[in-house]
Design a protein around this ligand. Structure first.
Ligand code: DGY
Length: 320
């Protein structure tokens, strides 16, 4: 029997590609560039399935042009804001994602951003790297201590909980806002705030771990930023869409926000050039899940979903 044909538009891990080639007839895009809407549409008549990343956009317009041959979009990402799920569902195309497997890597990066932002990582590194470090004083590069600090977590899903676990290691007082309160075993002493504004008022450090949906676009706007304590540090490893970047910039300029650590931006790739003038904004290029073991686990999870689908079973991570 012939194997199902799948398209993998981006360069996934070697182990993922090897397994995919073993079990499927794989079409790879060798140059590793984001699949354009026209490429996605053209490929849909050649394949039964796709394993895209968040860089391939399945808007309603794209979905309307897809060939009925395409039966499943098995995302290599946990976030699916690049997919119009309603449109895909109406088109009868199944969609899956890769939850769980990237929670630790992303939480780890959020911790790096929080520490780096709080302790002047950008300017300190530049000073040493450029040979400009010519003095020392007790009042030099004094940062904000993370250990024992109060952290507010917006979104206590898998990544939020993984972050909380790491923050406990730093003796932080953990507060969170979530759609629903977690059980006390899962909370492990974390303090629930039903109202986001209440969370903001106690968040000397704030970290975002919720998905980008129509309800969360610009969730952190000027009004909410104003509710954060003076000198707060903001971290975003979720999606750029969650933050009003002009409002964040204004708060960085005024000093109300002491520092920010950002792995996600409204415009990706590229980021926000206006942030670059501020060394108290520690920036990374959307690499939250970029570790060797996590990339393998994401690829394998996407393939597990495809395997279940083509075996006539329900994929574990089916969204629509
Ligand atoms: C995700 O999985 O959503 C990450 O942002 C990488 O795409």
């Amino acid at each position: 029997m012939s194997k199902p044909v799948i398209w993998i538009p981006r360069r996934l891990s070697d182990a993922t590609i090897a397994r995919a080639r073993r079990d499927y007839d794989v079409i790879l895009t060798e140059d590793d560039t984001p699949g354009t809407p026209d490429e996605i549409v053209a490929m849909s008549s050649r394949v039964d399935a796709m394993i895209p990343c968040h860089s391939e956009r399945f808007s309603a317009e794209v979905v309307a042009r897809l060939d009925p041959r395409l039966r499943i979009v098995a995302n290599h990402s946990v976030g699916v804001d690049h997919c119009d799920l309603d449109a895909l569902k109406s088109a009868g195309i199944m969609v899956t994602n890769t939850p769980d497997v990237l929670s630790d890597a992303t939480a780890e990066l959020a911790m790096l951003l929080m520490l780096g932002a709080a302790r002047h990582a950008v300017s300190a590194d530049r000073l040493v790297r450029q040979g400009e470090w010519d003095s020392w004083s007790p009042s030099f590069m004094v940062g904000k201590q993370v250990t024992g600090g109060r952290v507010g977590i917006v979104g206590m899903g898998r990544v939020g909980r993984a972050f909380a676990e790491k923050a406990r290691g730093f003796g932080m007082e953990i507060h969170y806002h979530n759609r629903s309160q977690l059980s006390s075993e899962v909370e492990q002493g974390a303090i629930f705030h039903r109202d986001l504004d209440d969370l903001l008022e106690v968040s000397d450090f704030l970290t975002l771990h919720c998905p980008a949906t129509s309800d969360t676009i610009d969730l952190l706007d000027a009004t909410r930023i104003a509710k954060l304590p003076e000198g707060a540090v903001v971290v975003n490893t979720a999606r750029g869409a969650l933050v009003d970047e002009d409002a964040l910039l204004a708060a960085i300029r005024s000093g109300h926000i002491a520092a920010a650590g950002l792995d996600c931006f409204k415009r990706e790739p590229g980021g926000n050039p206006a942030f670059a003038r501020h060394e108290n904004i520690f920036m990374l290029p959307h690499i939250g899940s970029a570790t060797v073991s996590t990339r393998d686990a994401m690829g394998f999870r996407a393939l597990d979903n495809l395997d279940a689908f083509f075996a006539g079973q329900e994929p574990g991570d089916r969204l629509v």
